[in-house]
Design a binder for this molecule. Structure first.
Ligand code: ADP
Ligand code: MG
Length: 285
């Protein structure tokens, strides 16, 4: 066999394994799930969207970035059982690299960086530091080739933690309840996003997700249309309806995609996952 035969054979092998090759070296698309209003479905979206992508075979990391640790709890963990959490990582990522705290979950391909109440102290500790808004981004950087998608579950505030999440993300997903009062905080959130784009993350994109939609009320339907009018190019087509199944799944400590596999709610998050896969392609290109 001549040298160029070996060369051609080698090229052929690389070509044959190209999808796998691409899969292992691709960089994660990072999403911050953000809204300063509590109870709008941030944690639920993080968990269900992450599970839907994991179910499709993508490698997904969920970062619990809320001191209330709802995401950690919803995956069946006791937040106080972790010796180190995301708090240690963002305070001192050299001593506590993100890699060290990442934990497997009951869902295949889905991992979590857990949080607990310690994280509440981070706001005060970081604020005086130089580059306080970049700590999470720097912590994610070394591991971003190991995942296809990373979702950051923000707290219900617009402080240090949320700013860190927005600086780290390619896209911010804003879950909005389909109620008039839910529209009120969007202006303030829009201002923060604009500031982050100007100061540190110019390519940050925004997508609106309509959640907890009550199909029985006319008022809900009007808000659905109003959001479409205000954000024509930034809105997900999928609408998440209101159902008690989410609360039942949280109690069981498993995502709805496992708890009620073929429910309408699980299917809605699978549809959303398809939209997010398309969004990620646009982010990369
Ligand atoms: N589409 C939905 N329909 C009904 N209940 C929901 C829905 N999405 C979330 N929930 C429930 O509402 C509560 C708040 O949701 P959560 O995701 O924790 O909001 P956030 O993280 O924004 O505070 C939880 O008990 C959750 O189970
Ligand atoms: Mg939450």
């Amino acid at each position: 066999m001549k040298f160029y035969h070996i060369f051609i054979l080698r090229q052929q092998l690389i070509f044959d394994f190209l999808p796998f090759y691409h899969y292992t070296v691709s960089m994660a698309t990072i999403y911050s799930i953000t809204n300063q209003k509590g109870g709008v479905g941030k944690t639920t979206t993080c968990l269900c969207l992450g599970s839907a992508l994991a179910e499709k075979g993508y490698r997904v990391l969920l970062i619990d970035f809320d001191p209330q640790a709802g995401l950690t709890v919803c995956l069946g963990f006791d937040p106080d059982c972790f010796p180190t959490t995301i708090y240690d990582v963002i305070i001192n990522s050299e001593q506590y690299p993100l890699q060290k705290i990442i934990t497997d979950t009951r869902v295949l391909n889905l991992k979590i960086a857990p949080a607990n109440l310690d994280l509440a102290g981070a706001e005060g500790e970081l604020i005086g530091e130089i580059g306080w808004d970049r700590n999470l981004r720097d912590a994610i950087n070394p591991i971003k080739n190991e995942f296809d998608f990373i979702f950051i579950d923000c707290p219900p505030s617009l402080g240090v933690l949320t700013t860190n999440a927005l600086i780290s993300a390619h896209t911010v997903i804003v879950p909005v309840q389909t109620e008039f009062l839910a529209l009120r905080g969007l202006k303030q959130l829009g201002d923060i996003i604009a500031k982050v784009k100007k100061k540190g993350n110019p390519s940050l994109r925004k997508r609106i997700l309509r959640t907890m939609h009550d199909v029985r009320t006319l008022h809900s339907k009007e808000v659905v249309e109003e959001l479409e009018r205000i954000f024509p190019d930034e809105i997900f087509k999928t609408i998440i309806k209101r159902t008690v199944k989410f609360a039942d799944a949280s109690l069981a400590g498993v995502p709805i995609l496992l708890y009620a596999k073929s429910s309408e709610a699980a299917e809605a998050y699978r549809h959303l996952a398809e939209e997010v896969i398309e969004d990620a392609k646009e982010t990369v290109s």
